[in-house]
Design a protein. Structure first.
Length: 375
């Protein structure tokens, strides 16, 4: 099972910000598609699907005193409009993604060939809906806002045993969230508890578009989600929504975090040549304390250590005592690899390393005599 689809994925939650107008939704897709392409990130526009006729009880469909029902009704669009949005996302070079809130909506995701499904935090225990989503075999991301540990344990186990690509977002379902409510350390907790699961960060914060994504990436989050909107036609923008210019900041901060974090954390990094050469100049070389003769077996008393380390000279890293002298070495002379016989002296790897490191020998200079200063 490959989960590479989730790696470095930005999920741009359009939600109901189309406000029931397909043209507004298309404009959001167009503006954010341009930002995504300009910043060379992998992104999905995520829509929300609800079959309003079945999702809201017929006797409560037109209630104004229930915020959720009122908003769902006010932002309702025909399925043909949603199909058009899905195609627009695809044409803009982004992945298609949907949060379906009912079983009919899951069927529509299949019909529209949506690539990734999302389980909302509110539905993390709706096993009728979860099983329907799993039946599609499509990759799934779930948000964990307001969940218990048992909830997410069950969810991770459910998708793991079915071999369905799955990612789990750390999420705080407070709209908007303050900085002190982000709980970014939960990313560490989820990564430790579910080492085989891609962990993401879904946020509803309102003050920052750089610090949190950089910290989340450094902690190991690999998918990132925010609500998006545009300032258009005087429609109020919720404080937790991201505007196109803020997405620019968000994406650039991600690239900087990735640059600063470097290689994956599952293996020791390989130091670049400029680093090893710099350190080689700080390493002490091996010098003869007295004249050394061929056949002599070296001890620690026969040598001393000093900088600089010269080309071809053995260093404190190699010298172990017990080396046999092959060529005469004058007192205070550098002991080169060619001058000794040892377990390491015949290694081609060691030979190449020692011949190439260090600094050239300085030309011999004669110090001028001290001049006597008349008293």
């Amino acid at each position: 099972m490959s989960t590479s689809i989730f790696n470095d994925l930005f999920v741009l939650e359009l939600a109901s910000n189309h406000w029931g107008k397909a043209d507004r939704g298309l404009r959001i897709v167009d503006e954010f598609g341009a930002v995504v392409r300009r910043n060379h990130v992998k992104a999905a526009i995520k829509l929300q699907f609800r079959d309003v006729e079945s999702f809201i009880h017929k006797d409560h469909r037109f209630r104004d005193d229930h915020r959720y029902i009122k908003k769902v009704g006010a932002t309702h669009m025909p399925w043909s409009a949603f199909r058009g949005l899905v195609e627009a996302v695809r044409q803009a070079g982004m992945m298609t993604m949907v949060t379906p809130f009912d079983e009919i909506s899951v069927d529509k995701c299949v019909e529209f060939d949506v690539e990734v499904l999302k389980i909302a935090s509110s539905d993390i225990r709706d096993w009728h809906l979860i099983e329907k989503m799993a039946s599609t075999g499509k990759p799934v991301i779930a948000s964990s806002g307001g969940s218990s540990l048992e909830d997410i344990d069950n969810l991770v186990d459910f998708f793991g045993t079915r071999d369905i690509p799955f990612a789990l977002n750390h999420c705080v379902s407070i709209y908007p969230s303050r900085d002190d409510e982000l709980e970014l350390n939960q990313i560490d907790f989820l990564r430790d508890r579910f080492p085989g699961t891609v962990i993401g960060f879904s946020t509803h914060e309102m003050t920052d578009w750089s610090s949190s994504v950089m910290m989340a990436y450094a902690k190991g989050a690999r998918t990132f989600e925010r609500h998006v909107d545009i300032d258009f036609e005087g429609v109020p923008v919720s404080p937790y929504c991201t505007l196109p210019e803020q997405a620019e900041v968000w994406f650039k901060a991600f690239h900087k975090a990735k640059e600063m974090c470097g290689a994956p954390a599952d293996a020791k990094r390989r130091p670049p040549e400029k680093e090893t050469r710099y350190l080689d100049e700080l390493v002490r070389g091996v010098y003869a304390r007295r004249a050394l003769s061929p056949g002599q077996v070296l001890t620690r008393d026969d040598v001393y250590f000093a900088v600089p380390l010269l080309h071809g000279q053995i260093s404190v890293r190699e010298f172990v005592s017990g080396e046999t002298v092959r060529r005469p070495v004058a007192a205070d002379g550098a002991v080169h690899l060619r001058d000794i016989e040892s377990d390491y002296s015949n290694s081609l790897v060691v030979q190449r390393l020692i011949e190439d490191r260090g600094v050239p020998a300085a030309p011999v200079t004669v110090q001028p005599p001290l001049r006597r200063v008349a008293s």
